[in-house]
Design a protein around this ligand. Structure first.
Ligand code: TYD
Length: 235
């Protein structure tokens, strides 16, 4: 695998808007992202934040069309084309929504999937290489990363069990089978190690309430830390 350089990692940075937070959720199918996002939104609203939930790919009219193009395709797309399609949807979402919303103080933007999905799905599991995906994200605004990312970790067996219970039709990636899913878990672990400060790897094989409590604790801690830093910078 092509070596990842310090320069590639250091070009990635969180947005610098005082009082606002950019968060993302990651994990394989069935990890419980949607449920936890709703619970976190409620918690943040109780703290008087304005909360916006977005999903990737999608979140803009153009992004939703790309989402359809990718997830409903019956033909194999090359990993390179996949990576650029997802990055294209992300660039549009950043320009059209994320950066504008975060400029309003007291806002939290929560993204259901973001750059780590590209690193894991295209970079690792589809074999493009993490380095290549990082290169695509080296230019503004694609170099903007969340303040905190919740990686809800479950194993492949749990994912399969939860998918069977849902019994929903499978999209492009979901039809790729167990081996692909195993690679996703390895890929997420690699990416979590690459960004230990930003990515909070959480055992999601616990109850919904236990998971939610841990997420709220982490957020309360982040808010306290960021407020302290912003206060110091203003002194
Ligand atoms: P979605 O139905 O939103 O998946 P989930 O409910 O599991 O979050 O479909 C998004 C799919 O696209 C999902 O399989 C992950 C994949 N994906 C990538 O491969 N790369 C990316 O950069 C993103 C954002 C998503």
């Amino acid at each position: 695998m092509k070596e990842i350089t310090q320069e590639q990692l250091s070009t990635l940075r969180p947005p610098a808007f005082p009082g606002s937070y950019f968060l993302s959720f990651e994990g394989i199918e069935g990890a419980g992202k949607s449920t936890q996002i709703i619970k976190l939104k409620t918690h943040l609203e109780s703290l008087n934040f304005r909360v916006l939930v977005l999903r990737e790919p999608g979140g803009t009219p153009f992004g939703e069309r790309l989402r359809q193009a990718i997830l409903e395709t019956k033909n194999e797309i090359t990993p390179l084309a996949e990576a650029y399609l997802f990055a294209s949807s992300r660039a549009q979402l950043l320009n059209e929504v994320i950066l504008k919303e975060l400029a309003v103080p007291n806002t939290v933007v929560i993204c259901d999937r973001y750059i780590d999905s590209s690193l894991v799905y295209q970079g690792h599991s589809r074999g493009l290489g993490l380095s290549h995906v990082l290169n695509i994200h080296s230019v503004f605004p694609l170099n903007i990363v969340p303040h905190l990312t919740f990686y809800l970790r479950i194993n492949v067996e749990t994912s399969e069990k939860r998918q069977k219970m849902r019994n929903a039709p499978k999209d492009y990636f979901e039809s790729k089978g167990v081996e692909f899913y195993k690679k996703l878990v390895v890929g997420y672990d690699m990416v979590a190690e690459l960004f230990p400060q930003r990515i909070l790897k959480m055992n999601a094989e616990v109850t919904t309430d236990q998971m939610s409590m841990q997420i709220c604790d982490a957020i309360n801690q982040l808010i306290g830390l960021k407020k302290a830093v912003e206060k110091e910078e203003n002194l």
